[in-house]
Design a protein around this ligand. Structure first.
Ligand code: KG4
Ligand code: ZN
Length: 340
């Protein structure tokens, strides 16, 4: 059984073909960062137009490189939300049209769930990840910062989320404020390594003193902007101490979630989880707690269609059926993945 996955939730156009026996056959990605970098963030109208230009050539390329024909595809899975409405609509319209023309099932995939389960993409047996449940998921991306109690495939409870900016959004805004470009994650983490650490600056660890599992990163953003404007610190020092602050915050909240649920099985995913310092710090903390932690392969941390095709396949095997109406859910919560 082969699934064609379509990802267009934000500024990456992704197409993938996933086979239930052979695994990932092809994974195409067109990243639009260059089109948005001069604006310091994603411009929704530009993003949608770029998806429209790139999506069909990427499908043709994916089919050609995996030596597949349309007739070899058994179902289409697309990101139906959350995301930018205009961008989501491009994937939805194309996905439904193909499914209709080929007379095959269409599967609506939740982008957050796809990030969460993407640690399973390379597993030999696609159902192997079912053994991992229950676990706590930390999803840290450009659009979302969430702690999730993953009870079973399709059954999730959001136990903590950002009340304002997501951590990735703040990272990107700081990079843009420094004039270093978008997206900021890789730029700032490289710069942080250049700090000699002599000029210390302790940024706040927001909301870590309250018992809540929610996050709030906009105050941290303001503190960083203030430190930059004071001109007392090098960009490298700012990057280092800012990185320590957001990592500490995520680690404190993850530990609190594990203790609260008495569940020491953590899965970390999303674009920000490609950060190596975040990985090593979390690994150390979870080891101290005698728990286990899984990270997504670096290739699948940021937005991609492999995770959409993969979760589409899981859903299809669970025999869930989907309406043929073209639908997108820009604010779709992971706690409602099987209700539309
Ligand atoms: O998951 P993703 O591709 O997009 C959304 O679904 O939102 O995540 C993109 C985010 C951006 O904010 C980017 O700056 C951040 O992931 N990012 C990183 C790193 N690599 C990407 N943040 C910190 N450290 C990194 N190494
Ligand atoms: Zn994402």
């Amino acid at each position: 059984m082969r699934i064609l996955g379509i990802e267009t939730s934000c500024d990456d156009t992704g197409i993938a073909i996933y086979d239930d026996n052979l695994g990932l056959l092809n994974n195409q990605l067109h990243n639009q960062a260059y089109s948005h970098s001069k604006y310091g963030g994603v411009v929704p109208e530009i993003a949608a137009r770029k998806h429209l230009i790139h999506i069909v050539p990427l499908i043709k390329k994916a089919l050609k490189e995996s030596s597949c024909k349309f007739s070899d595809i058994d179902a289409i899975a697309y990101t139906a939300g959350p995301g930018l409405p205009g961008s989501l609509m491009i994937g939805a319209a194309l996905g439904h049209s193909l499914a209709y023309a080929l007379n095959i099932p269409i599967i609506l995939v939740n982008h957050i769930e796809a990030h969460l389960l993407s640690f399973g993409i390379e597993k030999k047996n696609i159902f192997e990840i079912k053994k991992k449940f229950p676990f706590i998921g930390l999803i840290v991306s450009g659009g979302h910062t969430q702690l999730v109690h993953a009870k079973s495939s399709g059954e999730y409870e959001v136990i903590g989320k950002s009340k304002d900016d997501s951590v990735g959004e703040v990272i990107d805004k700081v990079s843009s404020f420094l004039g270093l470009g978008y997206p900021g994650g890789v730029i700032l983490s490289k710069l942080a390594k250049k700090s000699n650490g002599k000029k210390k600056y302790v940024f706040p660890r927001p909301m870590t003193k309250s018992n809540s599992l929610d996050f709030s990163f906009s105050g941290l953003k303001t503190s960083v902007f203030t430190a930059i404007s004071s001109r007392k610190y090098s960009y490298a020092d700012i990057s280092k101490y800012f990185q320590e602050a957001w990592i500490d915050t995520l680690v404190i909240k993850s530990e609190r979630a594990m203790n609260r649920l008495n569940l020491f099985n953590l899965v970390v995913s999303g674009g920000v989880s490609s950060n190596d310092l975040l990985r090593s710090t979390l690994f150390q903390k979870v080891t101290e707690l005698k728990g286990t932690v899984s990270f997504v392969n670096h290739n699948f941390c940021t937005d991609n269609a492999a995770m959409i095709a993969y979760v589409g396949l899981l859903r299809l095997k669970e025999s869930l059926s989907f309406s043929k109406k073209i639908r997108v859910y820009p604010k779709w919560s992971i706690s409602d993945v099987t209700t539309f």
